[in-house]
Design a protein around this ligand. Structure first.
Ligand SMILES: [Zn+2]
Length: 169
């Protein structure tokens, strides 16, 4: 039994009431949300975002650095003018260092030079201070020359235990 076996019945249910096939490509609220891939996060429901209103860019930790490619596409090609960065409590990114993950991957492929070189080349972008990491990511975007001038930038923390969001910057 694989998780993907639930996709077709789940989708059939969705399609049975789907009536949003007319939406245009650019997000109507002109906002891009950068957030974590954490399974407890559901930005649309948690932030009151409807289909077609926002870009949601997700990766491990909600890293603005990793999201930059998507943010540039979002702004330059699809008209967004606001970026909101969300990190969250109990994030996996708070639990390891680059060195630890590098060592773990290498230990799982002993003597494999290709694996060692490939993993050592990756900065997994872990962080140790939650609010500080949000501020750093907002600062990274603010100072990035590729970001459009006048972009409305905010930074937030989402609490996975209460479901509440709090603005940090
Ligand atoms: Zn996370």
């Amino acid at each position: 039994m694989s998780a993907h076996q639930d996709f077709i019945p789940g989708n059939e249910l969705y399609v049975s009431t789907f009536d949003k096939g007319h939406l245009p490509l650019p997000p109507s609220k002109k906002v891009a949300v950068v957030t974590c891939m954490d399974a407890r996060i559901e930005p649309a429901t948690q932030l009151g975002i409807n289909l077609g209103e926002a870009h949601v860019i997700r990766n491990a930790g909600g890293s603005a650095k990793e999201a930059l490619r998507s943010v540039v596409i979002s702004q330059r090609l699809l008209g967004t003018r606001e970026v909101a960065v969300f990190h969250h409590t109990d994030c996996g990114m708070l639990t390891f260092t680059n060195e630890q993950l590098h060592d773990k991957v290498k230990a799982e492929a002993p003597g494999n030079a290709a694996v060692a070189a490939a993993v050592d080349a990756i900065d997994f972008l872990p962080f140790s201070q939650l609010e500080e990491s949000v501020k750093e990511d907002v600062k990274f975007l603010k100072e990035n020359p590729l970001l459009l001038e006048g972009t409305n930038l905010t930074g937030w923390v989402y609490d996975v235990t209460t479901g509440k969001v709090q603005r940090v910057v």
